[in-house]
Ligand binder design. Structure first.
Ligand SMILES: Cc1cc2nc3c(=O)[nH]c(=O)nc-3n(C[C@H](O)[C@H](O)[C@H](O)COP(=O)(O)OP(=O)(O)OC[C@H]3O[C@@H](n4cnc5c(N)ncnc54)[C@H](O)[C@@H]3O)c2cc1C
Length: 409
């Protein structure tokens, strides 16, 4: 029998891994196993245009579906199938129906699921936003005049608050401990985003969290930590995520925050040694920030599955055939978000900055055009720009690339 690589997870990371395995010359079997019934689709529009106007489920899926590269031939897909367990020593996975499958190589691409608000009260009326099914269910209740409470002011919270407001809903944003997108953007731009949301009618509640849900049977509102209450027909919980690692338990891995990897995305055991024949890609992978010489972390952005798959696929093949992986350029993280049509682009690692400096424009007016630089010491490690032409974004991207210190150890 020929050799087989199993790709666990059939979203962007799984798709890119399968494509990169073929691109790197893997001629054996590639089997992608995914829990969702849908073929891989694009998640960013789920909180933006597709949440605003999904059309029918078929139309939404058609808008979002990725087209695999033509060169990625002979990939087998097993969708609607959850992997329940794994044995990385015996090189097997166990599916939810009990079937066991062997592998020569394994790509871990099982991503994240939304965290939930831990507060007493009814469950009905509370939504999360990760999948196409979540977006369709949420869109159906975002009718004009509906009172919507969004809990959490990260990317998904701010984007869904803006989309709900644009649909005519009365939106309250419960920011939590930090302001809108403050962790990745810093306080100055965060205040600018709050201003953009407030100007379009979103009621931003600063420095408060939910302590309880109100209502009998269905949620009718929320109680906040400052003693105030907010009436709401629909709740959107956008309070972060958990990595889907449960199926990897019992293999001597550090699963505290995703899956720990080395710079080649090879999965590490708790003793720091690579587990033979296993790599991770996408949101679930915790890998060292080689560019800035900083410890391993997860990067939950759209570019990450592609960037990590390009490194992980050849490293996995090298391991299977007994070669040392070739050096690969460290990924430069990037992200974007969109609030009321203003695009905010980030490059590098702004969340790790010690200091921010305004490079152009006024962060209080992001829609008018602004760029903020993020520094560790005197090294520029990231830039976020908003409302600027693509040429300015490319200019700032190059500045970060030129400033980055490539640590090779
Ligand atoms: C609403 C939303 C908006 C976003 N907007 C942006 C944006 O504007 N910009 C940006 O940069 N990024 C954005 N992102 C982030 C981006 O979409 C993610 O970084 C990307 O989807 C990560 O891909 P992944 O394949 O690593 O993980 P995922 O997309 O989470 O895929 C993991 C897959 O594995 C499956 N799975 C889980 N457990 C198992 C199991 N045990 N067995 C089998 N299958 C399993 C899951 O069902 C899922 O299909 C957004 C994400 C969301 C949810």
């Amino acid at each position: 029998m020929g050799q087989r690589i199993i790709v666990a997870g059939a979203s962007l990371g799984g798709l890119r891994a399968a494509e990169q395995l073929r691109a790197a010359g893997w001629e054996g079997e590639i089997l992608v196993v995914g829990e969702e019934a849908h073929p891989p689709y694009n998640r960013p529009p789920l909180s933006k245009d597709v949440l605003a106007a999904p059309g029918t489920p078929e139309e939404a899926l058609a808008k979002l579906a990725f087209r695999p590269r033509r060169s990625a031939t002979g990939i087998q897909w097993r969708l609607g199938t959850r992997i329940a367990a794994s044995n990385l020593t015996d090189r097997t996975i166990t599916l939810n129906d009990g079937e066991e499958l062997g592998f020569d190589g394994l790509v871990i691409a099982t991503g994240l699921r939304p965290a939930r608000v831990e507060a007493p009260g009814p469950l009905s009326g509370r939504h999360v936003l990760r999948s196409i099914d979540d977006a369709l269910a949420l869109h159906a209740v975002l009718l004009p005049g509906t009172r919507v409470a969004v809990i959490g002011s990260g990317f998904i919270g701010c984007e869904s608050a803006a989309t709900a407001a644009s649909l005519g809903c009365a939106v309250t944003l419960v920011e939590g401990r930090t302001g809108p997108m403050e962790r990745p953007l810093g306080s100055a731009l965060s205040a600018g985003v709050r201003e953009m949301l407030s100007r379009r009618g979103v009621d931003c509640r600063e420095a408060v969290s939910v302590v309880a849900y109100r209502g009998e049977g269905a949620c009718t509102g929320i109680e906040l930590s400052d003693g105030s209450t907010v009436s709401a027909d629909v709740i959107i919980e956008a309070v972060g995520s958990h990595a889907n690692v449960e199926w990897l338990q019992g293999n001597g891995l550090d699963l505290g925050d995703g899956v720990e990897c080395d710079r080649y995305l090879r999965v590490l055991a708790v003793d720091g040694q690579p587990v033979p024949g296993v790599v991770a890609v996408g949101d679930i992978a915790r890998y060292p920030d080689v560019r800035n010489g900083l410890p391993a972390r997860r990067v939950e952005h759209w570019a990450t599955p592609t960037d990590t798959a390009k490194i992980a696929a050849p490293a996995l093949i090298a391991g299977i055939v007994g070669r040392t992986p070739a050096e690969a350029p460290a990924p430069l993280p990037s992200f974007w978000t969109e609030i009321f049509g203003t695009r905010i682009n980030g490059v590098g690692s702004p969340a790790l900055a010690e200091e921010t400096r305004i490079l152009e424009g006024d962060p209080g007016q992001p829609q008018e055009g602004v760029a903020v630089g993020y520094y560790r010491g005197n090294t520029l490690i990231g830039v976020v720009n908003a409302g600027l032409p693509a040429s300015r974004h490319l200019h700032y991207r190059q500045l970060v690339l030129d400033a980055g210190v490539l640590v090779t150890n």
